[in-house]
Write a protein that binds this ligand. Structure first.
Ligand SMILES: [Zn+2]
Ligand SMILES: [Zn+2]
Ligand SMILES: [Zn+2]
Ligand SMILES: [Zn+2]
Ligand SMILES: [Zn+2]
Length: 324
């Protein structure tokens, strides 16, 4: 997001004059002025009255302002006090943010140029550097993972097991039931995911392969294999797993839906995990889905999410094959 720290630079105008003829009164002490006087804003003052009581002071150092000053939110600052202490600092290089600068979802503010110098974390959108993320990694498939996301990445079996149990429980509460028990889950890199998926989209973080075995024209077995991107932070891994389990739900019920309705529906599984998690990261990922321009994962998701909000899970599950 673009922000601006622009403030207006003003010049304080004070005129010094000599009294000739009629004696004006000091606008501060109300006594008459003889000799030198000052005018500011069309009013006359004794020099001392002006300096001690009228002349503006810098909001930061409290010393008198003469000549140039910066005005921000009706407060006046010496230009050097303004630059050194008032305008926001860059969270990456520490320098002052003059003019237009960028802010991210996480509340970091920084110079625009850093966004072209630093890699962006693929999962949380932070700019990867020591100051913001404690460093990060480039994975062999070209994805970037920041130090913060790396702390919760799913790479251990026990995290995978506990995630499966959690996601299944969550889906069950909304009527997504009767999923087969042992669905194999394999973590893959992005290259492999692209090979597996027939129509790959950047909004895709997993893929489910479905198989039907028939004998004499009759279905004898159905099975699914879930593939999920490796190195995802725990919450995102769970959201992707929920999405893929929704595919299994559709497959088990022979529901062959149009792609936007199908992916939109499956993204409701991810939405369920993010809303249940309530972390800032979950909010970030949810926002990502809400802003996605992908026809299926973005527009399809919003269509299904609105329908869910309006009619509820039961209606949605009962009328899935009629939705247009
Ligand atoms: Zn006076
Ligand atoms: Zn000052
Ligand atoms: Zn900077
Ligand atoms: Zn990250
Ligand atoms: Zn999908």
């Amino acid at each position: 997001m673009h922000r601006s720290s622009l403030s207006i630079l003003f010049i304080l105008s004070v005129f010094v004059g000599m009294i000739l003829g009629s004696e004006p009164k000091c606008s501060y002490c109300n006594k008459s002025i003889d000799g030198n006087y000052l005018t500011a804003d069309g009013k006359s003052y004794h020099e001392n009255c002006y300096r001690d009581h009228v002349q503006p002071r810098c909001e930061y150092c409290e010393k008198l302002i003469e000549g140039k000053y910066n005005l921000l939110d009706d407060k006046m600052y010496h230009p050097t006090c303004y630059i050194d202490h008032i305008i926001p600092r860059c969270d990456i290089c520490g320098g002052p943010l003059q003019g237009t600068y960028l802010t991210d979802f996480w509340g970091n503010s920084f110079h625009e140029q850093h966004s072209s110098e630093l890699p962006e974390c693929n999962t949380c959108g932070r700019w990867i550097c020591g100051e913001l993320t404690g460093g990060g990694f480039e994975l062999s498939d070209g994805r970037h993972l920041c130090g913060i996301c790396n702390e919760t990445e799913v790479s251990e079996d026990f995290l995978l097991e506990s995630s499966i149990a959690y996601v299944r429980r969550l889906l069950t509460t909304n009527g997504i039931t009767n999923l087969p028990d042992d669905i194999p889950i394999t973590l893959v890199d992005q290259h492999r995911l692209k090979q597996l998926a027939l129509s790959y989209s950047d909004a895709m973080h997993g893929f489910t392969d479905h198989n039907i075995q028939t004998r004499n024209g009759r279905v004898v077995s159905k099975d699914s294999h879930i593939y999920i991107l490796s190195h995802l932070p725990l919450t995102m891994f769970r959201a992707v797993l929920a999405h893929e389990l929704m595919h299994v739900y559709l497959f088990e019920r022979d529901l062959d839906l149009r792609s936007d309705i199908r992916e939109g529906f499956c993204n409701l599984g991810s939405e369920m995990v993010y809303k249940d998690t309530r972390s800032e990261f979950a909010k970030f990922r949810l926002l990502n889905m809400e802003k996605s321009q992908d026809p299926d994962y973005g527009f399809g998701y919003r269509k299904m999410s609105q329908l869910l909000d309006k009619r509820g899970w039961r209606y949605l599950l009962e009328t899935l094959d009629e939705i247009d």
